[in-house]
Design a binder for this molecule. Structure first.
Ligand code: NAP
Length: 539
């Protein structure tokens, strides 16, 4: 690249892409090792997901006090969570507090996009170009770019032609969008749409929801954290994190060891009523052990949730539309809600099933379906993300001999532990594809600590080139594909199987996530270290 050669090169030991939950913590750890580190962040401030997604109602679905960082006792003591499931503004404040408390900002450059990252064999490092044309070099490239950070607009003709206000939820304007008293459309019914819809419904003039696939959703039951509760939480942090350490998805919820079929119908119903009335992901992550792998068990819990929807939505025809028919409960990431289904009882709310009346185009005044044109003041695109690999695809990442990462992953990601890729030496992915996923910060802290351990080992041993072996990558990828078999979630189109109808080449399902429990993932990765970094070549 000619422009790369001309621009003066700024040198670092490590470049981290992203200043979200993972990037901030990665910077903190690299500093401890004494590495000269630079973090490049696209947003105007730190926070990643929690910087961008400021749409109405954006909040956690995991318990706030299980979501915060666990690495600093002082931080845990100082921070008081306001809500059991914190809203976006609270979380953004938290991450800013962390950045200030640990003086992280001086190594973070915000408002810049990494355009390309090319491995330079002669220098055993990475040449990184930003969108402003500046050129940076570091021995190590660490990607902390998240799994849901490349938003996608729908591929509907005329998206650019609308003359009213329109925005993707990810890019919700900082000053807010004017939906009060207005004619508002929402396209999409995923977790983001559900939070948006239930929040704006009370203030809009009219609301029209364009639904392609309904999602199973269960109550969040959020509440304020009282002072006494916060004191108790602080006293129990060790216990809380120990619990998250043991559970499959790093949440406080763990599957019940019983099968659906081991209990009586009455016991089953009582258990599900209890879970439905409790806060958080218990109904998904703390349910009978077989609901996500056994079709019959899954059908029973799906029927239970369907009954709840029918009881909450007054118009039976609308209720039927809101009940998913093409996938079972929990096989997609379960959105949690508060009053979502009741929104459809409002006289000013319409649910348009676009399978019946497909959207033909967006016009300057509204959305034309096969039945008619509906006019709007505001269109909200809650149409999701090019997940997991999308944030990698949008950077021109090239390894040895100019091999493009995007090409390497065309048929699905191939990684070693979700952290390394053969042919891309010294590139370390924090929370990359095929890594253990779950309650994000818990998983990210482990990922960062593992990566930091490897960097420390390399520096102590004078190693300047770290790469996954072909055999290591093959074995890990095969292991992940094998683990993915039998999970009902891998038989369903969703961001978790890498399907995005709006992105070329992403129409077929792939195994994108490690399908085992987080403790198994950790055991595997710890074993690699114990075996002297088996599966890596270090020079
Ligand atoms: P999503 O789950 O992928 O939902 C996107 C929605 O847009 C789907 O309903 C999809 O329909 C629809 N859509 C996409 N393209 C369309 C098109 N061309 N025409 C019509 N409809 C279209 O995305 P999301 O709601 O942003 O959520 C993604 C993930 O982010 C969640 O699953 C969750 O992991 C995370 N999230 C977390 C929180 C939280 O912690 N509380 C909140 C929000 C999001 P189809 O289903 O038919 O494709």
């Amino acid at each position: 690249m000619a422009d790369m050669i001309d621009a003066p090169v700024r040198e670092y030991d490590a470049i981290v892409i992203g200043a979200g939950v993972s990037g901030l913590y990665q910077l903190y750890r690299l500093r401890e090792l004494g590495l000269k580190t630079r973090v490049f962040e696209g947003g105007d401030n730190v926070g990643g997901t929690w910087f961008w997604n400021r749409y109405p109602g954006a909040r956690f679905d995991s318990e706030s006090w299980s979501y915060g960082y666990s690495f600093s006792r002082e931080l845990l003591e100082e921070w008081n969570w306001e809500e059991h499931f914190a809203s976006q503004p609270e979380t953004e404040r938290y991450l800013n507090y962390v950045a200030d408390k640990f003086d992280l900002r001086r190594d973070i450059q915000c408002g810049c996009w990494v355009k390309s990252a090319h491995y330079n064999e002669a220098r055993r490092g990475w040449d990184v170009m930003l969108d402003d044309g500046s050129h940076h070099h570091a021995a190590l490239l660490l990607t902390a770019i998240g799994v849901l950070s490349a938003p996608t607009l729908p591929n509907i003709p005329g998206v650019d032609s609308f003359k009213g206000q329109a925005c993707h939820t990810h890019f919700w304007p900082r000053e807010g969008a004017d939906y009060r008293g207005k004619r508002v459309a929402v396209i999409g019914t995923g977790a983001t749409a559900i939070q948006t819809i239930q929040t704006i419904a009370k203030d809009v003039g009219t609301l029209t929801v364009f639904q392609r696939t309904p999602n199973w959703s269960a109550p969040l039951h959020n509440a304020k954290v009282t002072d006494a509760e916060m004191r108790d939480i602080k006293d129990r942090y060790d216990e809380i994190f120990a619990r998250c350490f043991e559970t499959n998805g790093c949440f406080i919820h763990q599957p019940d060891p019983r099968s659906v079929f081991e209990v009586t119908v009455e016991e089953r119903e009582a258990f599900w009523e209890k879970l439905y009335a409790e806060p958080g992901f218990g109904i998904w992550q703390g349910n009978f052990r077989d609901i996500l792998v056994d079709r019959e068990a899954n059908k029973l819990i799906s029927d239970f949730i369907a009954r709840k929807i029918r009881a909450r939505v007054k118009d039976p025809a609308v209720a039927e539309k809101l009940i998913p028919k093409n996938h079972g409960f929990g096989t997609r990431r379960v959105p949690l809600e508060g009053g979502y289904f009741e929104v459809y009882n409002q006289p000013n709310v319409e649910l348009v099933d676009i399978n019946e009346t497909p959207i033909e185009c967006i016009t300057p005044t509204g959305i034309r379906c096969s039945d008619r044109l509906r006019e709007f003041d505001l269109i909200i695109y809650a149409t999701g993300f090019d997940a997991i690999t999308g944030s990698f695809d949008r950077i021109d990442i090239r390894g040895v001999d100019g091999r493009k990462l995007k090409d390497e992953w065309r048929n699905g990601p191939r990684t070693y532990l979700g952290i390394l890729v053969e042919g891309f030496p010294n590139m370390l992915m924090v929370m990359g594809p095929h890594a253990g996923l779950g309650n994000f910060p818990r998983a990210a802290e482990y990922s960062v600590d593992w990566v930091t351990g490897l960097v420390r080992h390399a520096r102590e041993s004078g190693i300047t080139r770290i790469e996954a072996t072909t055999a290591g990558e093959e074995a890990w990828t095969e292991h992940v594909l094998e683990l993915g078999k039998g999970l009902l979630s891998n038989e369903v189109n969703s961001w978790m199987t890498g399907v995005n109808s709006n992105v070329e080449g992403k129409q077929t399902r792939k195994i994108m996530r490690y399908g085992g429990s987080f403790p198994s993932f950790r055991q595997h990765c710890d074993g690699v270290v114990a075996d002297g970094y088996r599966g890596l070549v270090m020079a």
